[in-house]
Write a protein that binds this ligand. Sequence first.
Ligand code: ZN
Ligand code: ZN
Length: 425
Amino acid sequence: MSAEISGFRRFLHWGPITALSIIKCITLTTLYMNSMWWPPNESFAAFAHQALFLLLSTLATFNYIMATVTGPGLLPKQWQPKDPKDTEWLQYCKQCEGYKAPRSHHCRKCNRCVKKMDHHCPWINHCVGWANHAYFCYFLLFSILGSLHGSVVLSCSFYRGIHRYYYLTHGMAYLASVQFTIGSIVMCILGMGLAIGVVIGLGMLLFIQLKTIIINQTGIELWIVEKAIYRRYKADSYEPFVYPYDLGWRLNLRQVFNDECQKRGDGIEWPVVKGCDQYTLTREQLAQKQEKRARTRVYKCISPVSGRWMPICSQGWRICINAPCTDEPRIRLQPDDIIKVTRFRRHWLFGERVPSELEHTAVAQKRRQRKGPIRGWFPRRSVVAITEMPDSDSSDDVKTIKTSTSNGHSHGKQQQRNGLSKKYM
Ligand SMILES: [Zn+2]
Ligand SMILES: [Zn+2]
């Protein structure tokens, strides 16, 4: 599992390899073009100019490596609060076999609970959270500044390079220092495209990150607060929800960025505003979970679902044109799978597949595991609603259920089920 990956093995993944290649490509192209456009040995200003670019590039790489190596801060497995009574306010994580500390969330990619999880970033092949939030933001900042610098150097050299003939024929030979070959012109255009792309892409990301830091609300917490407000709006009688971690923009910023460039606290206990306590948000999360459980319906799969985004061959065009407009995953299903559905559309449902007992043993023995996400959208026509969870209590914490996987048995009943499915459509 990726949780066991540590240190530099994190870099052996398409995300870090691509990200580092882009940084290096922009750096080397800029240095090469700059050596013709404004050679650093020409004057002190030229030297300082190149040194500034190298500094930005080095800082970007350093913070990138630190964000990846440091990681977000993983909650220890089987974590318990100091006072056992507090467990009643906390969610339990089955995968980590412990309680989730306030602001911690389980990351499916890292397969661990992550302290103050913001998001899982494939580019650093790790989560962004409590311990590496500052490194991640500094990486974004220096990449943007470096790329901005790079794109200016590359654009100017490009302009000089393509006007070289003009300069030579009009008595301005001193401007004709940039000389292109086929290879270098391709490199220059590619470098320019990458640099401008980085400025725009990472610029937007940095803007979002700064917003979450200033209000001290991670992407996940934004969702929780939105649901908390909606819950109160719907019920009319509730008191307004007070978000416990917003201490004002100065203190919020200082929680992430500080003079020592070190993470603050232990990532478990957080300072809260007056009138709130450590478990204000977790109590709200539990209440939301309870409501979610109340609207959960159990479905059984009756025909295979490919997990494709556009299952035109298996499901037909009507299902495809009514597909939900989100980037949330699609799940793959097999007949007899049990799915707990929490969101309902006319042709699509969103839910979580309940792993069967057989699958649990397969995972434990590291044998054949089912691929693909466990939670996501799937076409409604491939499932039927069932009222009760077979051979299991309705608690969300009991996930192992017994399902019949005998092929002959399921095949024999297929036609009967297809008839049944029409009734539910
Ligand atoms: Zn966990
Ligand atoms: Zn993660």
